[in-house]
Write a protein that binds this ligand. Structure first.
Ligand code: GRF
Length: 189
C-alpha cells in the first residue's frame, strides 16, 4: 500500500512515519525547499518540490501526477490547501495532522492560539481532508495539558511527541481499510 507524504517544514511527522515503517512512502512532495526533504532522501525516498504557482488547480494537478497510483495522501506539516480535484481523486484517503483539538484553533499558529485563549488542555488531531481548512471528519485526537510557564515552543514540542505516536497508528489503519466514515463520524474496526 503506497502513499505520498506532503510536507512544508521540519519533517518530524514524516520521520515518525518512516521509523514506524507503516506502508510504503512512494514519494515525498514539498511546496518549497524544507528540512523534511533531506529526511526522505536520507532513506532513499524520492522527493519532488512543486512550488505553489499558477493557482490551486494547477498545483493540485501537479501533485496528483506525482501521486500516480498511490492509494492515499498524508499531509504532514503541509501548509497549502489542496484543490477539490485531489479530494475527488482520493475520497476519504487524504489525512492531515493539526496541533490542536479541532474544531478549536484551526488554521495557522494553532499552538499560540491555544495559549492566547488560556485553555488548560490542547492536543493533536488527525482528520480526513475536505475542501475546508482543518475541517474534515476527525479520526483521532490526543489531549496534551498546557503547563504553567509554557510557551508556544515548549507546548508544541510536547504536542509533537504525541503526534509522532498518533499519526503512524492512523496511517496504518487507513492503509489497512480499518477506517469508515459516516457523516462526520469516523469508526475504527
Ligand atoms: C505539526 O505540529 C503538525 O501538526 C502541523 O505542522 C507541524 C509539522 O511538524 N500540521 P513537522 O514538520 O512534522 O515536524
Amino acid at each position: 500500500m503506497a502513499y505520498v507524504v506532503l510536507v512544508s517544514g521540519a519533517g518530524s511527522n514524516l520521520e515518525a512515519l518512516i521509523e514506524a515503517d507503516v506502508g510504503k512512502i512512494s514519494s515525498v512532495v514539498a511546496d518549497g525547499e524544507c528540512p523534511a526533504l533531506a529526511k526522505a532522501e536520507a532513506v532513499g525516498i524520492s522527493t519532488r518540490v512543486i512550488p505553489y504557482r499558477g493557482g490551486r488547480a494547477s498545483f493540485t494537478s501537479e501533485i496528483l501526477d506525482v501521486a500516480g497510483d498511490a492509494e492515499a495522501l498524508v499531509l504532514a506539516g503541509f501548509m497549502r490547501i489542496l484543490g477539490k480535484e485531489a479530494i475527488a481523486r482520493f475520497p476519504n484517503r487524504i489525512v492531515n495532522i493539526h496541533p490542536s483539538l479541532l474544531p478549536s484553533f484551526p488554521g495557522l499558529d494553532a499552538v499560540a492560539q491555544a495559549l492566547a485563549a488560556g485553555v488548560k488542555v490542547t492536543g493533536a488531531t488527525v482528520h480526513f481532508v475536505d475542501e475546508l481548512l482543518d475541517h474534515g471528519p476527525i479520526i483521532a485526537q490526543k489531549a496534551v495539558p498546557v503547563l504553567p510557564g509554557d510557551n508556544a515552543c515548549s507546548l508544541h514540542k510536547r504536542i509533537k511527541i504525541e503526534e509522532h505516536v498518533l499519526y503512524p497508528r492512523v496511517v496504518e489503519a487507513l492503509l489497512a481499510g480499518r477506517l469508515s466514515v459516516e457523516g462526520r463520524t469516523v469508526s475504527w474496526s
